[in-house]
Design a protein around this ligand. Structure first.
Ligand SMILES: C=C1C[C@]23C[C@@]1(O)CC[C@H]2[C@@]12CCC[C@@](C)(C(=O)O1)[C@H]2[C@@H]3C(=O)O
Ligand code: AKG
Ligand code: FE2
Length: 358
């Protein structure tokens, strides 16, 4: 029986003290444990890209005849892009935003009834990457994989079925969209269904699996010294992110520094994750991103984290490897990769890299 995402951390507990979550709204000063400097994160004070440079990730209209090439270019240069005309109904985006907002507004004692355990995958708590940083992040999260019914019953004894329905519809739409985006970007490299048999619709409809990560960044008394979500890459093939109308997401480019991704109403942000970087033999960048906070408006985001089923080995597509070179990476399943990442964090990719002889 192959493992599923819920089993990923079963033999691999990660201790994260969710119960020490503060009541963010009662703090008028930033406690020292939340105050970040470049000692806590070397990229903390990396220069922000000047806003007048006007440069950010492209907004791509999925109905545009050249959408595949635009997506391919964005995956190579940024590792991220926004999409419009994606086909996900606006009411569903509003529904998932409403659910997320009402979840985080619950009293902390109620949220802790659905706290994620050390070996668990789903539930309420701090970001998993927290254990790699000395300082705390100004955010709270809720991870969903599989049916959220049990957790939702604890959170909303009356309304859980309505909320489960929204999650189910949202995941269904996201799955279709993620697979469409993956094929558009691969097609732009000349890779077709012939080249990746396990990912074709006809091979098996269930070749993929996913998780939903709901994030809340409360207003913060000293946003310049705080961090909402520390820099990281996602371990996924692709992540599709919905953000409410409050800015905070930033992507990092070596040549530009931190670049803000402005919220565009009704659009979605797409991030290339580490597994897609591997599959593309390094052609697509897995984007380093983080979330900043602000003093006036709470921010919400919903990340749909999408990857292959746990028994599928991801390795560079042979067509993208030159005949006289070895593939850039060894093959790895999502489960193996998540465990490597849970131990080695941002060294995970280099741990599975093949070292080329010169
Ligand atoms: C499938 C997963 C990807 C993720 C870890 C997780 O087990 C569930 C949450 C995901 C998330 C969301 C916030 C950032 C991130 C790095 C984290 O700590 O938890 C990602 C993880 C990831 O992509 O590796
Ligand atoms: O809140 C955001 O904009 C980023 C969230 C994110 O990176 C994640 O959940 O993986
Ligand atoms: Fe992320």
């Amino acid at each position: 029986m192959p493992t599923v995402l819920t089993d990923v951390f079963r033999g691999h507990p990660i201790h994260l003290p969710h119960t020490h979550q503060p009541d963010f709204t009662s703090l008028s000063e930033l406690p020292d444990s939340y105050t970040w400097t470049s000692k806590d994160d070397p990229l903390f004070t990396a220069p922000p890209s000047p806003p007048d440079a006007g440069e950010s990730i492209p907004l791509i209209d999925l109905n545009h005849p050249d959408a595949a090439n635009q997506i391919g270019r964005a995956c190579r240069t940024w590792g991220a892009f926004q999409i419009a005309n994606h086909g996900v109904p606006l009411e569903l985006l509003q529904g998932i935003e409403f659910l997320t907002g009402s979840l985080f507004q619950l009293p902390v004692q109620r949220k802790l009834k659905a706290a994620r355990s050390d070996t668990g995958f789903s539930g309420y708590g701090v970001a998993r990457i927290s254990s790699f940083f000395n300082k705390k992040m100004w955010s709270e999260g809720f991870t969903i994989t599989g049916s959220p019914l049990n957790d939702f019953r604890k959170l909303w004894p009356q309304l859980h079925l309505n909320y489960c329905d929204i999650v189910e519809q949202y995941e269904e739409q996201m799955q279709k969209l993620a697979s469409k985006l993956m094929w558009l970007s691969l097609n732009s490299l000349g890779v077709t269904e012939e080249d990746i048999k396990w990912a074709t619709v006809s091979s098996d409809l269930n070749w993929a699996q996913s998780a939903l990560q709901l994030n809340h960044y409360p207003v913060c008394p000293e946003p310049d010294r705080a961090m909402g979500l520390a820099p990281h890459t996602d371990s996924t093939l692709l992540t599709i992110l919905y953000q409410n109308n409050t800015a905070g997401l930033q992507v990092f480019r070596d040549d530009l520094g931190w670049v803000t991704v402005p919220p565009v109403p009704g659009s979605l942000v797409v991030n290339v994750g580490d597994l897609f970087h591997i599959l593309s033999n390094g052609l697509f960048k897995s984007v380093i991103h983080r979330a900043r906070v602000n003093q006036t408006r709470p921010r919400l985001s919903v990340a749909f984290l999408w990857g292959p089923r746990s028994d599928i080995k991801i390795s560079p597509v042979p067509k993208l490897v030159s005949p006289d070179e070895s593939p850039l990476y060894r093959s790895v399943t999502w489960t193996e990769y998540l465990r490597t990442k849970a131990t080695h964090f941002n060294k995970a990719l280099s741990m599975i890299r093949n070292h080329r002889e010169k």
